[in-house]
Design a protein around this ligand. Structure first.
Ligand code: ADP
Ligand code: MG
Length: 616
């Protein structure tokens, strides 16, 4: 039989290797900017066109390359950063496997202009799909200028796999964000299609954070500073009261490199325990510096997880450092949330006589929307908004659930059929005996037992269906702000907001881009009746960022979902009896009362039998 094994041609081998290193335009940006940092650059400019599809240009003022090195740099395993295997245990540069440039050259057109500082002339190299097209001397600036064009031109599968331009640009911004935070002393700019996203001059950590996340963050930063023989910890944690509804501004760096570390993240979250509002996440920018020999660098270059030798010691030091910082700022745990504000159902502890129904006093004449103009109502149907009661044929008879439900526990419960619960209302009347529990759930007796409703998810569902109705019917109703408010976002949030402005307009937001990452809100959707539109926009962006990427393609729906989540009554908010009833009414007027827009269970029924069993 003939021999069939062959060595792969270099160009093919490089293309395969490229699949690992270069997944998307952002990977190219990361690799090339890291190379520039390793080359000692103090100024790095990044210019992007079409989210990196057509052009990624990185210009640095680093050491540059000789003409031989410039050619060598594109060979696989070509690196100036390690010479012996033992070097990799003491590595302090970003790259060391010598794969990035070979990979990029295999799947794009690369033009390189580079010059060492003591040379008269530099080198120009043009490579396409791993083959050198030109190499010649050139007049150019000190340092290195890479232009990567037509990324993935010869890998159609990869090209197809790319997301929308805003999504790819977002990845690029994320990479630059991490690198810029890790290296505040380096000047970095990022331009997309000619307009500036970042123009950051070299500075310290605090100023860098503020110039990236807006000046509002400044007074919110609590410094960390702990130096031990194991590790040095510096950076900042955010004040608990400014914690976000979803994680976003959480960054760990180790030896000037961004890392993800779920275990240390847990340590941070634990240190904040009891001082954070429920369901919120603190911001942090935490920098670890330690001997490179104590971390495992022998991992894939694109991976952001890092292993530490002294993980549990560092955990302790990290927590101590955070607690000390919080202590200095006089932030102490507040009283247990559970003890305040929750409504206890009056219940006789020992009684062997007559069983009486729990009594909840309800004022039948009470109308929560008549009097309390000062108190904040969760409702979307109150106020002067244009919303109207939602009438859906066939959906107004959910109350049969409650029919025959006299709170008379002396009686033996009638036998329950085991049929799936149908939420239909027979007549329009509200139940007066629902209560809020732990400021999170609504408990309401139904025929077959006790129904538990998640208050936030229920309200998300209600708002979501209203918003979708606005979209379907094209009935934009905007509530004009008395005092238009301006706000500033960090660059990546600003890009994101700009990309979803059309959807927000369709929903009734009147927001205008003012340039320089600032915006003005003139109006909000009528169905929301919100008093703090900027907060809603901020949480909307957080929710949107955390939506799965495939959902983000369906922008309108995703924006509606995110908006519903951002403006729903939060956990921890006490509801008045009238509000509880209105929430239940509105929930069961929905088409899908059982599930939140993200598909989570809104309600469940604890069957009477279970109560019987409990007390056996
Ligand atoms: P690695 O960074 O792992 O060494 P790369 O493929 O990213 O591998 O780069 C190969 C080599 O090219 C580097 O080791 C370095 O010597 C050189 N190089 C790459 N980018 C630059 C740059 N911007 N300035 C100077 N030298 C560079
Ligand atoms: Mg590299």
């Amino acid at each position: 039989m003939a021999d069939i094994i062959q060595l792969l041609p270099d160009s093919v081998a490089n293309q395969i290797a490229a699949g690992e290193v270069i997944q998307r335009p952002a990977s190219v940006v990361k690799e090339l900017v890291e190379n520039a940092i390793d080359a000692g650059a103090t100024q790095i400019k990044v210019n992007i066109k079409d989210a990196g599809r057509t052009l990624i240009q990185i210009i640095d003022n680093g050491c540059g390359m000789s003409d031989t090195d410039a050619r060598m740099a594109f060979e696989r395993h070509a690196t100036s950063k390690i010479r012996t295997a033992s070097d990799i245990f003491a590595i302090s540069t970003m790259g060391f496997r010598g794969e990035a440039l070979a990979s990029v050259a295999a799947i794009a057109e690369v033009e390189l202009r580079t010059k060492e500082h003591d040379q008269e002339l530099g080198t120009f190299i043009h490579i396409s799909g791993s083959s050198i097209i030109t190499q010649e001397p050139v007049r150019c600036d000190n340092g290195t200028n890479f232009q990567i064009k037509n990324l993935f031109f010869n890998v159609p599968a990869r090209r197809k796999f790319l997301k929308s331009n805003p999504a790819e640009l977002k990845h690029i911004i994320n990479e630059i964000q991490r690198i810029a935070l890790a290296n505040p002393e380096i000047s970095i700019s990022l331009h997309h299609n000619g307009s500036a996203i970042y123009e950051l001059s070299g500075t310290n950590k605090r100023v860098r954070i503020v110039s990236m996340f807006g000046k509002n963050i400044n007074q919110n930063l609590i410094p960390l500073d702990t130096d031990t023989s194991v590790v040095k910890i510096t950076g900042f944690i955010g004040q608990p009261k400014h914690a976000k509804r979803t994680f976003g501004e959480q960054f760990f760096f180790v030896n000037k490199r961004y890392m993800k570390h779920p275990f240390f993240n847990k340590a941070v979250m634990q240190s904040f325990e009891k001082i954070l509002p429920p369901d919120s996440f603190p911001s942090y920018f935490i920098y670890f510096d330690l001997d490179p020999a104590d971390i495992d660098v022998n991992i894939h270059p694109t991976k952001t997880e890092i292993k530490f030798e002294n993980e549990s010691a560092i955990w302790q030091i990290l927590q101590a450092s955070i607690r000390e910082a919080l202590g200095k700022f006089n932030i102490v745990p507040s009283i247990d949330f559970d003890q305040a504000g929750s409504l206890d159902i009056p219940m006789p502890l020992h009684h062997f006589g007559d069983v009486k129904a729990p009594e909840i006093k309800v004022d039948p004449t009470y109308n929560p929307f008549e009097t309390s103009s000062s108190s904040k109502s969760y409702s979307g149907s109150g106020g002067n908004s244009s919303s109207r009661p939602i009438e859906r044929p066939g959906l107004t008879n959910w109350q049969s659930l409650y029919k025959g439900l006299e709170p008379n526990f002396d009686e033996k419960p009638e036998k329950q059929e085991d049929e799936p619960v149908q939420f239909r209302m027979e007549e329009q009347q509200t139940t007066k005996n629902s209560v809020q529990f732990k400021n999170k759930y609504i408990l309401t007796p139904v025929k077959s037992g006790l129904m538990v409703i998640d208050q936030k998810r229920a309200h998300e569902r209600i708002l979501y269906e209203r918003l979708m109705l606005v979209l379907e019917n094209n009935e934009v109703a905007s509530q004009q702000q008395l005092f238009p408010e301006t706000f500033e976002l960090n660059a990546s949030d600003a890009t994101l907001l700009t990309s979803i402005l059309p959807e927000l307009h369709a929903l009734g937001f009147d927001i205008r881009d003012f340039g320089k990452n600032s915006f003005i809100i003139n109006g909000t959707p009528g169905v929301l009746n919100t008093s703090s539109p900027i907060e809603v926009i901020e949480s909307l962006l957080e929710e949107y960022k955390n939506s799965p990427a495939n959902l983000q393609e369906k922008a309108r729906e995703t924006v509606a979902i995110s908006l519903a989540q951002a403006s729903a009554i939060p956990y921890g908010q006490t509801l008045k009896p009238g509000e509880i009833n209105e929430l239940i009414d509105n929930l069961f007027a929905c088409q899908t009362p059982n599930f939140s827009p993200k598909g989570k269970k809104i309600l469940s029924i604890m069957p009477l039998d279970d109560f019987e069993k409990l007390l056996k």
